[in-house]
Design a protein around this ligand. Structure first.
Ligand code: URP
Ligand code: ZN
Ligand code: ZN
Length: 467
């Protein structure tokens, strides 16, 4: 099967170019000058020609932080790999990297097997895994090496959630030492969970039970402190570090300082921290519960710092931390106690659009949009140049994006398996038109043509910023 994408503007991490793209099977075969003899012959010989005039042609988005079917807060996130990967495709994401969860007292490899079972045969797009390490012991440390051999080259640890995923500084140090030995990336949820739990207990005891308290009991200082501590532990062990879902300007300062000294510290932020705020957590009638995630949404003032961090590369990646819980019956578990609201916000479908909105608003260049949403995640998570770029030999994961289209985000029209949208009513300029995953058309001019089971597990290399 040969597909020619003609007359579009190819956007790469280094700029834009007018180019036709020829796809053969599941790979990009060549790029060529539109209207030339060569590309005219491609179109003539293709099984299908997709006219991309007036549209961008992008490498498919890579969302490096999702939680499908994740057990959390006494319930499970509601997107399965089938529904979540389909929603991702609708939004121009062609790869997800989901977090396999090691429950305390179990083995990493058993957790990995379980995640393979959940995803295998169900995904519309390609997928990889990170591993959540919640139990550090001799067996776990050995199993980290086996995970790397199995294509899972990054390990998330938590300085938050005591009694659930929390790891002590000593455990983090041991895991980082092992990560350094085996070339793996340590990902850190950096919030001081011990101090936060005291603030939460004080708020509940004082009868302060509304969702806003979730934000007030997790102040930015406790994210910054944990970020600094994680950076120190990484420096002592020589391990590379990736701070997940960074939300606060003070935490970003810690990352910037470490990067300025040349330390291998990277960070991602998420669309919710760029667009939503404590004001959403303060919505009346328990509506604020829809916005409970950790770290929490911050005061609006943090958003300028995050956009600036993205432009200057102290924030290298935008992932969604997609962790959807329905308002009904799930978020409602915390009606009388905010600490019982399952933490997480849905977003896997909207990341490319929300970042394009940043382009429209002048916060990011087109090239930087593609870089933070596709090319850098590919390199960060060992997938480049198979993913993250449109170049001969790369997987034909391609998004044709209409920058002029208008849309309004809403639970009534989204494809995530969740009963609300955190961005309800938000107007977006730009929309995904057509999506290819390894040369197969998954979204065809706004129609889903994909298939659960098309998506393949990605055996990832180690982080490509280190080699
Ligand atoms: O609130 C969040 N972020 N839920 C998902 C779990 C995590 O910490 O990433
Ligand atoms: Zn986290
Ligand atoms: Zn997460």
């Amino acid at each position: 099967m040969k597909i020619a994408i003609t007359q579009g503007t190819v956007v790469t991490a280094s700029g834009t170019l007018s180019a036709d793209v020829l796809i053969h099977g599941d790979k990009v075969l060549a790029l060529g000058q539109p209207g030339s003899e060569l590309t005219t012959s491609w179109a003539a010989g293709a099984d299908r020609v997709i006219d991309a005039s007036g549209k961008y042609v992008l490498p498919g988005g890579i969302d490096g932080h999702t939680h499908m079917e994740m057990p959390f807060g006494g319930t499970f996130s509601v997107d399965t790999f089938e529904t979540g990967s389909r929603a991702a495709a609708w939004g121009g994401t062609t790869t997800i990297v989901d977090f396999a969860v090691q429950p305390k007292g179990t083995s990493l490899l058993a957790a990995l097997d379980k995640w393979h079972e959940k995803a295998d045969g169900n995904c519309s797009i390609d997928y990889g895994f990170h591993m959540i390490v919640s139990d550090v012991n001799d067996t776990t440390l050995k199993e980290m090496a086996a995970c790397v051999d199995g294509g899972v080259t990054s390990f998330k640890m938590f300085m938050a959630y005591p009694g659930v995923f929390y790891a002590t500084d000593g455990e983090i140090l041991l895991a980082m030492q092992q990560a350094e030995r085996i070339g793996a990336l340590t990902m850190m949820h950096a919030e001081n969970g011990i101090a936060i739990d005291e603030l939460v207990a004080q708020a509940i005891a004082a009868g302060k039970t509304a969702p806003l308290q979730h934000g007030l009991t997790r102040p930015p200082e406790l994210e910054a402190e944990a970020t600094g501590r994680a950076i120190t532990l990484a420096a002592v062990t020589g391990a590379p570090l990736y701070i997940v879902h960074l939300s606060a300007a003070q935490a970003l300062d810690q990352v910037t300082e470490a990067r300025d000294t040349g330390q291998n510290v990277f960070a991602e932020t998420c669309p919710q921290y760029l667009y939503l705020s404590l004001e959403d957590l303060a919505r009346p009638d328990f509506e604020g519960a829809k916005y409970v995630c950790s770290p929490p949404l911050r005061m609006r003032e943090h958003q300028d710092s995050l956009w600036r961090g993205l432009r200057g590369n102290d924030l290298s990646v935008v992932s969604t931390d997609h962790c959807p819980f329905c308002f009904k019956d799930q978020k409602e578990l915390g009606r009388s106690d905010f600490s019982k609201i399952p933490n997480g916000i849905p977003g896997v479908e909207h990341r490319m659009d929300l970042l394009h909105q940043g382009v429209v608003a002048g916060e990011l260049s087109l090239a930087r949009w593609v870089e933070v949403a596709s090319t850098t995640p590919a390199r960060m998570f060992g997938l480049y140049p198979r993913k993250g770029v449109i170049a001969p030999g790369s997987d034909a994961d391609i998004v044709i994006y209409d920058p002029q289209a208008r849309q309004v985000l809403s639970a009534a029209t989204h494809h995530m398996n969740v009963d609300y949208s955190a961005y309800e009513g938000m107007e977006i300029t730009g929309r995904v038109d057509t999506v290819l995953s390894r040369g197969h058309v998954v979204i065809d001019a706004g129609e889903y043509q994909g298939r659960a089971g098309h998506g393949q597990f990605l055996h990832r290399e180690t982080c490509q910023y280190l080699s």
